[in-house]
Design a protein around this ligand. Structure first.
Ligand code: SF4
Length: 264
């Protein structure tokens, strides 16, 4: 029989084995709010539960942090500012309870805006373990721009946390800023990878290192949405999902996607 492992808030999480005991009252940011809509009206996701996290979770190292982030504009931007400003949403504990109440097998998207729990570039491993626990028997998936490269304590801990979640049923896609960056992130073997691609990238292509890339079906098939596609929920997906720049910041995103910097 496997033993329950201790939760390690500032350390690393095991890639395999039983879930850590993270039943304590940890909260990523006291007073911060998180939001879960049970049936999204977002046509890109389709009618599934979709969450939003306070902007405090976003890593300043993300190249789209201050220019090009698709979530900053339009109706989503208005919603996100309410969550981040503390006028819409619930506490972390309330959010976890809402996730735990989703029906078994439910596909849901974490973070149409925001990133994994943790301030800025760091991942709060205890809070993430709590979310993985709440997601048990559900099919949650999300994306992260938190830095996972390098030998620093932060890069090592972030990588381990992402690998842990992907090994325990909560899919975290590593978000690359170009196809060169996608090659580097894929080599980590911490989870599936998505990448922004230049606006003229074909429906199917390859990275500089020859890895397969498939452009998001919702960007090329009328009526397609995440609830039907589900590619981003597959932790063992053998290819990279590409996103062509969209939204008001698409020119800035397109320019970053063309840099092909393998390290960022
Ligand atoms: S690839 Fe599929 S699951 Fe991922 S964002 Fe596009 S439609 Fe949604």
């Amino acid at each position: 029989m496997s033993q329950t492992q201790a939760c390690t808030p500032s350390g690393t999480l095991p890639a395999t084995g039983s879930l850590p005991d993270c039943s304590g009252p940890a909260t990523p940011f006291p007073g911060a709010l998180f939001h879960l809509v049970p049936v999204s009206s977002n046509i890109k996701t389709g009618p599934i539960p979709v969450s939003t996290s306070t902007r405090e979770t976003c890593p300043p190292s993300c190249p789209f942090y201050s220019r090009g982030c698709y979530a900053a504009g339009g109706p989503l931007g208005i919603h996100w500012r309410k969550v981040s400003g503390g006028t819409r949403g619930v506490s972390w504990a309330g959010f976890l309870a809402a996730v735990a109440r989703l029906r078994p097998g439910q596909l849901w998207r974490h973070n149409q805006a925001g990133d994994l729990p943790g301030a800025g570039d760091s991942i709060d491993t205890e809070a993430l373990a709590q979310l993985v626990q709440a997601n048990r028997s559900k099919r949650g998936f999300t994306y992260t721009h938190k830095p996972c490269l390098g030998d620093s304590n932060q890069g090592t801990a972030n990588r381990a946390a992402v690998r842990f979640a992907n090994g325990h049923g909560f899919t975290i896609n590593l978000s690359a800023n170009s196809l060169g960056h996608a090659d580097t992130l894929t080599a980590l073997d911490a989870g599936p990878v998505v990448a922004v691609v230049p606006s003229d990238f074909p429906d199917r292509g390859v990275t500089p290192a020859g890895r397969r890339v498939v452009v998001c079906p919702a960007q090329r098939i009328p009526g397609m949405s995440c609830d039907r596609c589900r590619l981003c929920s597959l932790a063992d997906r053998p290819f990279i999902v590409g996103f062509r720049p969209h939204g008001s910041g698409r020119k800035a995103v397109d320019s970053i996607a063309r840099t092909n910097n393998p390290a960022a």
